[in-house]
Design a protein around this ligand. Structure first.
Ligand code: SAM
Length: 323
């Protein structure tokens, strides 16, 4: 529990370091600043920035621990140079969160009007495909850092025909295929095209289809030994999720497995699940469903022997069997 003003002040000013990092990323500070210290004046000239305010930003970044200060010169830390510098994949995550920060500033609308403020994913794909692809690339980075090693699951084991439902850019399809599973990734046609590029040279088959426009997710009924539904249920309201899981069930042969990987609203640590739930309501109109709700959705779609696999919070992975 928060019980003093200092803790509260820390929380309500939490946007400040985030804004400093985002701004530095946008201005190109992390791109131009390597491990050799440079003067702020030099940097200001290169970035066309106001020298005095740039120094303030650099000082703040040094205070946070993202830059190193040497006299009146600044340099990237080894971590910053590798992860936020040129080619550093955390830049994708910074850019993704900057988009979400704008949407979070409209949370009051979400709460009062009961709908998301971000436009539906399908129209984001049409209207801003570059940003949509960058979002999926950021998800890929995050999953590689923190996602479960799903290719180690027996249900998706080598030799099994696995359907990766809403597989994005192939975050899980790639390691599953490398482990020897026969993977078919299905996603919207535009995303499927990107996935094909990303997965070139692998044995993953890619199908472009709207999952809600095909009774068994774009593959013949009963043609899969297992299906993976990763980070898709939270984009959907409960009734839509059950409808999707029914279609997934149709794709799986009797005795085959469904694996659902998601973040539940009642998972920790701390407020992780609760905040993720708010984010889904801002972003998609879905929800981080509770663990109980995930179980009942799987049962409602006709799966049996549903159980949660023993991953640590916040990972929430359910498995069920098609009877
Ligand atoms: C949040 S991403 C998750 C990507 C990946 N499964 C993962 O775990 O990182 C959700 C994916 O589902 C896809 N998707 C959502 N609704 C879809 C639909 N109706 N038809 C096809 N794909 C859909 C999106 O295009 C996106 O690639």
């Amino acid at each position: 529990m928060i019980d003093n003003d200092w803790q509260l002040i820390d929380l309500i000013t939490g946007y400040q370091p985030a804004a400093a990092i985002t701004t530095a990323h946008r201005l190109g500070v992390f791109s131009v600043l390597g491990r050799v210290p440079r003067s702020a004046g030099d940097l200001a000239a290169e970035l066309a920035a106001d020298p005095s305010n740039l120094v303030a930003l650099l000082e703040a970044l040094a205070g946070i621990g993202l830059l190193r200060r040497e006299g009146d010169r600044f340099a990237a830390t080894p971590y910053t140079a590798e992860r936020l510098g040129p080619g550093g994949e955390m830049g994708l995550v910074v850019a993704k969160e900057a988009v979400f920060a704008g949407a979070w500033s409209r949370l009051d609308e979400v709460v009062t009007e009961g709908r998301p403020v971000m436009e539906p994913w399908r129209s984001q794909l049409d209207r801003n495909p570059e940003q949509a692809r960058a979002f999926l690339e950021a998800l890929d980075v995050l999953a590689r850092i923190a996602g479960p090693a799903l290719h180690e699951l027996e249900a998706l084991a080598p030799g099994k025909r696995v359907l990766d439902v809403g597989g994005g850019l192939g975050t899980y399809a790639r390691p599953l295929s490398e482990a020897g599973s026969h993977v078919t990734l299905v996603d919207y046609p535009l995303v499927a095209g990107w996935a094909s590029e990303e997965l070139e040279g692998t044995r993953v088959e890619v199908v472009g289809v709207d999952l809600f426009e095909h009774p068994s997710c774009g593959v013949p009924p009963g043609s899969m030994d297992a299906a993976l539904v990763s980070h898709l249920i939270h984009d959907l309201a409960e009734d839509q999720a059950v409808e999707l899981l029914r279609r997934v069930r149709s794709a799986i042969a009797p005795g085959g497995h469904v694996v659902v990987n998601d973040f539940a609203g009642d998972s920790g640590p701390g407020a992780f699940g609760a905040l993720f739930d708010v984010m889904m309501r801002i972003e998609t109109g879905g929800a981080a469903h509770s663990r109980k709700a995930l179980e009942s959705m799987l049962a409602g779609a006709g799966f049996e022997r549903i159980r949660r696999l023993p991953y640590d919070d916040p990972l929430t992975v359910y498995i069920g069997v098609r009877p």
